[in-house]
Design a protein around this ligand. Structure first.
Ligand code: HXC
Length: 259
């Protein structure tokens, strides 16, 4: 697939995906979704790639939301019949390898929701998160009311969804929405450095760790603890577990087989 709305580069074992519609503040239309789905599937399928970073082009926005111009005249029945927005689940959230959202500037509506689909968010000090859909007469449709509430709790999520107010980087870090804040000028370098660190881990263990933390969001504690124990037990059957523990005892770095 030829990409027109995103850029994809490989930096060693890290795939860097950049939303590239700066004039529209990287608004997310159907073509962006199709291209992102293709890029994430290729990343997941490539045995040499182990972590990805998703970021926005331009300093102003990660993404200012779903493309309002695409949605403005669309009949309601089409939204339903196309199961509009379901592609984000199958094309982006379903990615099994870890990926990071590196957010500078606006992450609004679908932009905030896309960032929250990442395994974690690293924010520039310029980042601004919000769910302003209510001002358009609608509500979040790509997970905003659910993931934001799980990330920051009911009070802040409810206030943000009902007023459309934005949350700056400091508040986002304090509330648990982002893992950390870095100066805007260092955002990409820091995100790529963190991704390279993850990419150097035993790959199956990275995928399982991701799945286990996500399980905490999706199940109750008893089911989550059981899943965690079983996944741990399964990982003990890997060559990388034998290597990782032998390498520790022999005081040398591990060399991973990815199985
Ligand atoms: C389409 C968008 C856009 C969007 C910005 N643009 N956001 N186009 N969809 N979500 C376009 C503008 O139309 C404009 O194009 C260009 O990007 C620059 O934007 P400006 O508004 O001129 O910039 P500025 O004045 O600096 O304001 C920045 C901003 C504002 C505060 C981020 O653009 C804004 O409020 N955008 C919309 C944010 C939003 O409501 N997001 C939620 C979308 S709904 P032109 O051609 O005029 O230069 C959503 C989920 C919906 O995400 C789910 C329900 C079904």
């Amino acid at each position: 697939m030829t990409y027109e709305m995103i850029l994809v580069e490989q930096r060693g074992a890290v795939t860097l995906i950049t939303l590239n519609r700066p004039k529209a503040l990287n608004a997310l239309n159907s073509q962006v979704l199709a291209e992102l789905s293709d890029a994430f599937a290729a990343f997941d399928a490539d045995p040499a790639q182990h972590c990805a970073v998703l970021t926005g082009s331009g300093e102003k926005a990660f993404a200012a939301g779903a493309d309002i111009k695409e949605m403005a005249d669309k009949p309601a029945a089409d939204f339903f019949l196309e199961d509009f927005f379901s592609g984000w689940q199958t094309g982006v959230v379903a990615t099994r390898k870890p990926w990071i959202a590196a957010v500078a500037g606006f992450a609004l509506g679908g932009g905030c929701e896309l960032a929250m689909m990442a395994d974690f968010i690293i924010a520039a000090d310029t980042a601004k998160f919000g769910q302003p859909e209510i001002k358009l007469g609608v509500a979040p449709g790509m997970g905003g009311s659910q993931r934001l509430t799980r990330a920051v709790g009911k009070a802040k999520a409810m206030e943000m969804c009902l007023t459309g107010r934005m949350m700056g980087a400091e508040e986002a870090e304090r509330s648990g929405l982002v893992s950390r804040i870095v100066p805007a000028a260092d955002l990409l370098e820091e995100a790529l450095k963190t991704a390279a660190e993850i990419a150097a881990m035993p790959p199956m263990a990275a995928m399982v760790n991701k799945e286990m933390v996500n399980t905490a969001f999706e199940t109750g504690l008893a089911q989550g603890l059981l899943t965690e124990r079983r996944m741990f037990q399964i990982l003990t059957a890997t060559q990388d577990k034998m290597e990782g523990m032998a390498a520790f005892i022999e005081k040398r770095p591990g060399v991973w087989q990815g199985r």
